[in-house]
Design a protein around this ligand. Structure first.
Ligand code: BTN
Length: 334
């Protein structure tokens, strides 16, 4: 363990109370000057370490540092049952989902259950239907959760809908906003899309069984309009316009991952009700773009409900009712 790590662990264990330089020096077996140097290095990494009036140091948990040990700390504190989760953090990566799928293709899948890959920026972030997902640094958080249930029962619709509910809960826990879920799993705040979710399955070709799921989540926390592509600007927005929003992105990522990995054990009816109650589309007129061939092509319809299977129930102009389990729905102005 490096001196810097030792100092960090010591400060971290003091739960936002001051520790004197002398105590740190003694505990780590180094000089006061070496303590000061390590503190400076940690500050340069982004850790918010205050110097208190009596000469001690206080590590503030709202530090905007995304690091595996910091994320793990937040995760286990809130979800003690997830001690075995593995966290991998990257400053920049092409795509956390691509990385997760590579891991799954090269390793025993069960061993990767509850692996969380987090990036501060992505150079090739992927969205649904082959789109790109704009992932600039410092303004958002991008993560993928690998889920490999022991009973090998993966229900794609459930995973997708439940993940959206999990992310919505975390956003509302941290920010004073009303987050809505736009079927299937986009999250909207103030009529703008602030979260995109891309769920991908890892299917065994021989058995046809989906053996693992990769749930990829991109959250625009304070991304500016100019940072989105022209196309994305039409729908994308951010949760807050405050650059210093005062919450550690490590904590947000930890709670998103924790909530997702826990929500699959909750009573399905309860989660589906939450999903239904959060609907952004209920009562709205939408354009339906079926992914799978549909004799109607793109058509206009009014959303009447979301049913127990997380299907979107729409009424067409001719009065007929359709239940959609896949596809893309856009609002008229999009
Ligand atoms: C969408 O809105 O179409 C889904 C966007 C999903 C983006 C996330 S960011 C983390 C993960 N890695 C990716 O490449 N994509 C997902």
């Amino acid at each position: 363990m490096t001196t810097k790590e030792k100092i960090f662990n010591k400060l971290n264990s003091h739960k936002e109370t001051a520790v004197s330089g002398e105590k740190l020096a003694e505990a780590c077996g180094i000089s006061r000057a070496a303590v000061w140097k390590a503190i400076q290095a940690l500050r340069e990494e982004g850790f918010n370490i205050e110097g208190s009036t009596n000469g001690g140091y206080i590590y503030r948990k709202n530090s905007d540092v995304v690091r595996s040990d910091v994320v793990k700390d937040f995760l286990v504190q809130k979800y003690p049952g997830l001690k075995k989760a593995v966290i991998k953090c990257f400053k920049t990566i092409d795509s956390t989902n691509t990385y997760a799928k590579k891991l799954l293709s090269e390793n025993e899948k069960r061993a990767l259950d509850k692996t969380v890959i987090i990036a501060e920026a992505q150079t090739a972030g992927r969205g649904r239907l082959g789109r790109t997902f704009c992932s600039p640094e410092k303004t958002g958080i991008y993560l993928s959760v690998i889920y490999v249930p022991s009973d090998r029962k993966i229900e794609p619709a459930k995973i997708t809908a439940f993940s959206a509910v999990a992310v919505k809960r975390v956003i509302e826990r941290f920010f004073d906003v009303d987050a809505k879920i736009k079927w299937l799993n986009d999250i909207y705040v103030n009529d703008k899309k602030v979260v995109g979710i891309l769920t991908e399955g890892f299917t065994n070709f021989e058995t046809g069984i989906i053996e693992a799921a990769v749930i990829g989540i991109g959250i625009n926390i304070c991304t500016k309009k100019s940072q989105f592509s022209k196309e994305a600007q039409k729908v994308a927005g951010s949760i807050t316009d405050k650059k210093d929003f005062g919450i550690s992105r490590s904590q947000i990522a930890a709670e998103v991952a924790g909530e997702i990995l826990s929500i699959f054990n909750e009573k399905p009816q309860k989660v589906i009700r939450e999903y239904q109650d959060s609907s952004f589309l209920k009562g709205k007129t939408v354009e339906v773009h079926p992914i799978i061939d549909d004799e109607n092509g793109v058509y206009s319809a009014t959303v009447i409900a979301i049913n127990e299977e997380a299907e979107l129930v729409v009424k067409l102009k001719n009065g007929s009712i359709k239940k959609l389990s896949s596809g893309e729905v856009t609002l008229h102005q999009e």
